[in-house]
Design a protein around this ligand. Sequence first.
Ligand code: HEC
Length: 173
Amino acid sequence: MTDMGKRRPRRRLIAGAAIVLAIAGSAYAQTPAAPKAGGWLKKLPPDQQTEAIDRQLRGFDMAMFEVNYRYIEMYFGGIEGNWDYALYTGEKLAWAMMNGFERRPKRRANAEEIFFKGAYPQVLDAIRKKDIALFKKRFDEMRTTCNACHTAEKVPFIHVGIPSIKQTPLVNN
Ligand code: HEC
């Protein structure tokens, strides 16, 4: 009973804080006007809408856009010792690539053979071990598999190097 007596004021405090947050939240939500949907998709005949979504999502190039972003971020996460972030973004690199296979199934065979059976899992292993020397070595090996796939897929002019410019303002604190 005495315990319950002690808890009540705290409950009131929590309820009060929730109300303050709700008011603050709704005030904030009113500040920027919600963007209006352009409605372009609905203006298309229904039988053309799916194709338009497909076209707007694009193909393997946009998958690579994200792969490239995560490749750079994983690198800086590793060399800055932000291992949790390196793993977080490094795993999403694979998801981005797999979404790409859904759009362009013909790309899967080379990616699996050259990339996923290659150094990529080894890089994740080095991240989990938090071993910077091993990470740098394996990252460079993985980089060569990125380029090997580009050659196999007939885009040898897309040749990636070791990242030099970080994409985000993340700091390892
Ligand atoms: C299937 C094998 C394959 C693998 C593995 C692969 N790529 Fe690609 N990449 C491609 C193809 C194919 C294109 C061209 C896509 C297109 O034209 O639609 C491309 C394009 C790119 C582009 C140019 C994207 C643009 O249009 O702006 C970059 C950057 C890139 N890849 C980076 C990487 C990095 C970094 C890795 C490794 C982490 C990697 N790629 C692994 C096949 C691959």
